[in-house]
Design a protein around this ligand. Structure first.
Ligand SMILES: [Zn+2]
Length: 345
């Protein structure tokens, strides 16, 4: 997977874009550069298709597409900030060829919507040069309106370029990178996304060690490709057990003490709006699970345990999984093999 990123517009002069409460060409670079850094950290090959100077708008567009074509990219992303005549329009939107609802474009809009922007959806960008001329699947993102005060307030409150780049990166991890199932690219991307959320929650709430969270997420969701991960955003198979949110129904496979397997039909599983919600709920579950009305906590030894070997073994001893060898698999197949303990420090 090679992704071409175009930070929209030239820096100044011909082709330099809109100016509102912030200058479009400055922030397309802030967001685009932050995005490229995140992709590279996740071992995704990135081609920078940004053009800083050109004699004309046409020359700028031609050059950007030329860079993309030479590199034979799989996906082209051009980042922009919108503007409107009355300065009243607001929200995020994305343009594709023929207005096609590519998974990546839909996910990018919905992740940016979560920052607080109105989601204006996918629009027909067939008339846009970079969309029409790029061989690869092309998406032009208008993060928000740079001439609308409310949009810019939302942008800044959410964390500006870092938040916007994060939203786009997470959307790509769930879509473009996921399709390369089983490759090192997609695995590293999955580790980075889950690791960042797990580490933040560990620093804030000190429940389950990040390396163990990541290993469990990898093992239980098959790197985010399982039916529960795809259809219910659930990285861990947590059964309904008193959950009053959305549920997803599918059969469960359990293992008996003698090693044989059996199926429990029509099991109800917890379903989520995002992987982040799934990870936080899994930590809540570890922190709160009790089978005697709260007198004793089932996972008490696991909570706050700073040693991944012990934390994984306590999980199994306390009855987290019926599968034999669950703890040893977390430790050897995932934590040590992928050096996940770097998220614990
Ligand atoms: Zn623009």
């Amino acid at each position: 997977m090679i992704i071409g990123v175009n930070c929209g517009h030239t820096i100044e002069g011909a082709g330099s874009g809109a100016v509102g409460f912030l200058k479009e060409s400055v922030h397309t670079r802030f967001v685009g550069n932050a995005l490229m850094k995140k992709l590279k950290n996740a071992n995704v090959e990135v081609i920078d298709c940004t053009v800083d100077h050109a004699g004309s708008q046409e020359a700028y567009l031609e050059k950007a597409v030329q860079i993309a074509q030479q590199a034979d990219i799989d996906l082209f992303i051009s980042i922009h900030f919108n503007a409107s005549g009355e300065h009243k329009a607001h929200g995020v939107e994305a343009y594709t060829y023929g207005g096609k609802r590519h998974n990546e474009a839909v996910a990018i809009c919905s992740h940016l919507q979560k920052l607080g922007f109105v989601n204006r959806g996918i629009k027909d960008g067939s008339g846009l040069y970079v969309i029409r001329k790029t061989k690869a699947k092309a998406i032009l993102i208008e993060v928000c309106f740079c001439d609308n005060d409310e949009d810019i307030a939302i942008y800044k409150r959410a964390g500006a370029q870092e938040a916007a780049a994060d939203a786009i990166f997470n959307a790509l991890c769930e879509t473009a990178l996921e399709r390369k199932e089983g490759t090192e690219d997609s695995r590293q991307a999955f580790i980075e996304v889950v690791g960042k959320i797990a580490r933040k929650d560990w620093l804030e709430r000190n429940i389950l060690l990040p390396s163990v969270v990541i290993a469990q997420a990898v093992k239980e969701s098959a790197w985010g490709t399982s039916e529960l991960a795809r259809k219910a955003n659930a990285l861990f198979g947590i059964k309904r057990n008193g959950w009053d949110g959305r549920i997803y129904v599918k059969d469960a496979t359990e293992q008996r003490a003698d090693g044989s397997f059996y199926t429990v039909e029509q099991t109800q599983w917890r379903a989520y709006d995002s992987w982040e919600q799934s990870i936080l709920d899994h930590n809540d579950y570890i922190a709160q699970r009790s089978t005697d009305g709260g007198k004793t906590l089932r996972y008490a030894p696991v909570i706050g345990c700073g040693d991944y070997t012990l934390a994984a073994r306590y999980l199994q001893i306390c009855g987290y999984a019926t599968a034999h060898g669950y703890a040893e698999s977390l430790i050897h197949d995932y934590i040590e093999r992928y050096q996940l303990m770097r998220f614990d420090k």
